[in-house]
Design a protein around this ligand. Structure first.
Ligand code: NI
Length: 173
């Protein structure tokens, strides 16, 4: 079943998500629904709070690799940063250049309750950073200065009621 994606400024997007204590059927069903939602919306990633569940679960779908990670943590981050365009399924219609670490190592749990460690670079590293931010109530617009953020949000407000008037952002995370 496809889940509704909650849009900014829904307060659920600002909450800190809770660790998953037990990987049970409920979490697996949630993951299935998130994967379906992400594929239908043609995004690179989705975090549980975007579908209004404040649990630490993310889906990342980059270059035919699908990662479903519970309790993801970025345990290593390169000092080298790179700029790249980002958007977000919860703030559709706007996108901007954001600086992120070029490489990260993400650790967490699979749905089978096994430890997973992913060394990510480039777009994959960017998407992981974006999705882990969601679990901490942080949005991509928080990574730009106040003036730029206000400009983006003004544009978002204008587009909100007619999202189809603008071409879909390339990097919807
Ligand atoms: Ni997002």
């Amino acid at each position: 079943m496809r889940r509704e994606i909650h849009l900014y400024p829904d307060p659920v997007l600002r909450q800190r998500s809770e660790p998953i204590l037990k990987l049970d059927d409920e979490i697996r069903a949630l993951a299935d629904e998130m994967v379906e939602t992400l594929i239908l919306r043609v995004g690179y990633g989705l975090a549980a709070p975007q579908v209004s569940v404040t649990k630490r679960l993310i889906i990342v779908d980059v270059e035919d690799e699908l990662y479903i990670v519970a309790n993801p943590e970025i345990v290593k981050m390169s000092a080298e940063k790179v700029l790249g365009i980002e958007g977000c399924l919860s703030i559709p219609g706007i996108e901007t250049e954001i600086e992120r670490a070029k490489q990260v190592r993400v650790e967490g749990l699979t749905l089978q309750n096994e430890k997973i460690s992913v060394d990510a670079e480039g777009l994959l590293a960017r998407v992981f950073q974006h999705e882990v931010d969601h679990l901490n109530g942080i949005l991509f617009i928080d990574h730009v200065g106040r003036a730029k953020r206000q400009l983006l949000l003004k544009e978002y407000e204008k587009l909100k009621d007619k999202p189809k008037t603008k071409a879909r952002a390339k990097a919807l995370l």
